[in-house]
Design a protein around this ligand. Structure first.
Ligand SMILES: [Zn+2]
Length: 561
């Protein structure tokens, strides 16, 4: 499929033009290949779960996909026969990573990206998980300690050889944290890249991670950079944007039928000079030409975790360097093309080094603690809340009386081995963020206001949001969706006693929530904060003595039917 665009090529020649000799036959266009990935999330090893995915020939397959070495091999194969090629990414390369990468602060993932030939990447929201100083270390290298984890644990870290771009990430003085744009000469063609993360990065990332930064409007920021890139000689402008669309059926269908989501209003406003948008964040796979806001352009996204890459082609008139055509297709990384030896060696080195830590048994569990949708209480969220309360109940550990976990903070179910043992790797996958626990005092009035922040209006109908607050076993609340916003909570009890508005309660949450994460701003108003250490330590201590899987029943939907 070739997406043609109409162009005004050349100029009208009147009397003063020198006639140019006619070429014999048409001159073929110059083709530039762009290979793109997004949302790799440190998946150095091939993820265990099979994925159903469409193939470029229109067939579907279900297989294990991805793996950094397999991806490197697939990209190398894709480049064969292409003189003019570049590899780019659209954010979330790091963050929310499996232990093999996360234990080493994602240093091996940056190394893998270097080895597989990445040239330019936009930042995503997860690039900010550990704060801007750590992101700058990912770019520049070094062993500076910006987190509770140990940097350069295995070997020195030289940083990214690719360039991170962050056009809409601004410091207080208005300067960008990282360069806004990059121009890459690919054969005779100059391509200008703009890199951006979603404007809502400040909402979805732990507030401490984005302190002092402002995230500007995606379309307005990109459009303002178009004249600069043109003046610098860009023949085409490509936007690497960590924001995307959603499809009714993930991965299976090529094209964008039924595409919705936050990318569309951005496309409506984009300058037509931006002829290609390589997107991400939603973990969807699509590649299609879209007509939005008076311009036709290609929009792509390659799923997540290195399951797929996008192979994009731009064609240019060899004389004028005007772009004449473009197209794109997603290709699954099946492993059939082998594993790049250098990347495989890197992955093995880190996988081996993490093994003792990963396999350490931290406790026992009587069965699977299941995870539910974000708007529901689940056994695994209950378990975390109970662990957090137990760890912070002693007076010298914060004196907590109840605890909450956001369902977005419980990433997986917790499944013990056949003998009931639970490894560090499992609890790490459940809580990969490295949050601390914070105990704060809230009044009864504040507690109610906090719980009211769980609701949103969708087309005038009240719903629970996607990351609700699950309490420890000694706290219970009832809600009624039919009541007005701000009045949904109809009952709250601590240890069986109704919460009085003037009461004062020591409440434990993770540091993400404590700083207002997931929109729970009431928690920033809590007083007498006490930092009670790392969330995973609390879970480990709990599983060491409490193998029971909690039964749900702490939250009651009392909406009249
Ligand atoms: Zn994202």
């Amino acid at each position: 499929m070739l997406g043609k665009r109409s162009l005004l090529v050349g100029s009208i020649c009147l009397s003063a033009c020198t006639p140019t000799p006619r070429a014999v036959g048409p001159i073929p266009p110059v083709e530039v290949q762009i290979l793109a990935i997004n949302d790799f999330h440190g998946n150095l090893e091939t993820p265990p779960d099979p994925v159903k995915v469409g193939r470029p020939d229109g067939s579907a397959m279900t297989a294990r996909l991805g793996g950094a070495a397999q991806l490197a091999s697939a990209l190398a194969k894709a480049r064969e026969g292409h003189a003019y090629t570049i590899t780019v990414a659209a954010g979330d390369l790091i963050g929310a990573s499996p232990l093999t990468s996360a234990y080493f602060l994602d240093e091996p993932t940056i190394d893998a990206m270097n080895l597989l030939g990445l040239s330019v990447a936009s930042v995503g929201n997860h690039e900010f998980d550990k704060g801007s100083a750590e992101l700058l270390r990912m770019q520049s290298g070094g062993c500076g300690k910006n987190t509770t984890r140990v940097p350069c644990r295995l070997e020195p870290f030289a940083g990214a050889r690719f360039q991170y771009l962050a056009a809409n990430v601004l410091r207080a003085d208005g300067s960008t944290l990282l360069p806004a744009t990059a121009i890459r000469q690919i054969g005779p063609i100059h391509i200008g890249f703009i890199g951006e993360t979603l404007r809502d990065t400040a909402i979805v990332v732990t507030p401490a991670g984005v302190a002092g930064l402002h995230f500007a409007d995606e379309a307005a920021t990109a459009n303002a950079l178009v004249p600069k890139l043109k003046a610098e000689g860009a023949d085409a402008i490509v936007l690497l944007l960590h924001q995307g669309g959603r499809l009714p059926e993930t991965y299976v269908e090529e094209g964008c039928s039924g595409l919705s989501g936050d990318i569309l209003p951005i496309l409506d406003k984009l300058d037509p000079a931006i002829t290609m948008v390589i997107s991400g964040h939603t973990h969807e796979a699509y590649a299609c030409e879209l007509q939005r806001g008076g311009a036709a352009r290609w929009l792509t996204s390659a799923g997540k975790y290195g399951y797929l890459y996008t192979d994009l082609r731009l064609e240019f008139d060899p004389t004028t360097h005007k772009q004449t055509a473009e197209r794109a297709v997603n290709v699954p990384v099946t492993g059939e093309l082998g594993a790049d030896a250098n990347v495989a060696a890197l992955v093995h080195r880190y996988a081996d080094a993490v093994q003792p830590a990963a396999e350490r048994i931290v406790g026992r569990l009587a069965g699977v603690a299941a995870k539910g949708p974000g708007d529901q209480e689940s056994p695994v969220a209950d378990l975390i809340a109970d662990a957090q309360l137990a760890a912070t109940r002693p007076q010298n550990r914060g004196g907590a009386e109840l605890a909450f976990i956001n369902t977005g903070g419980a990433r997986t179910a917790l499944e013990p081995a056949a003998d009931g043992s639970v490894t560090y790797e499992r609890i790490f996958a459940l809580e990969p963020f490295g949050n601390d626990l914070v105990v704060k005092t809230l009044t009864g009035t504040q507690l109610k206001a906090l719980l009211e922040q769980q609701f949103k209006l969708v087309n005038g109908v009240a719903k629970l949001n996607d990351s609700i607050l699950v309490p420890s076993a000694n706290f219970h609340f009832d809600y009624d969706l039919k009541r007005p916003m701000g009045e949904h909570i109809v009952a709250m009890t601590v240890d069986g006693k109704p919460v009085q508005p003037a009461g004062r309660f020591r409440v434990t949450v993770n540091s993400f929530l404590s700083s207002g994460g997931d929109g729970y701003s009431v928690l920033t108003e809590g007083t007498d904060p006490f930092d009670a250490g790392i969330d995973l330590d609390a879970l480990e201590a709990w599983l060491g003595t409490n193998p029971a899987v909690p039964a749900v029943g702490r939250i009651t939907d009392s909406t009249p039917r």
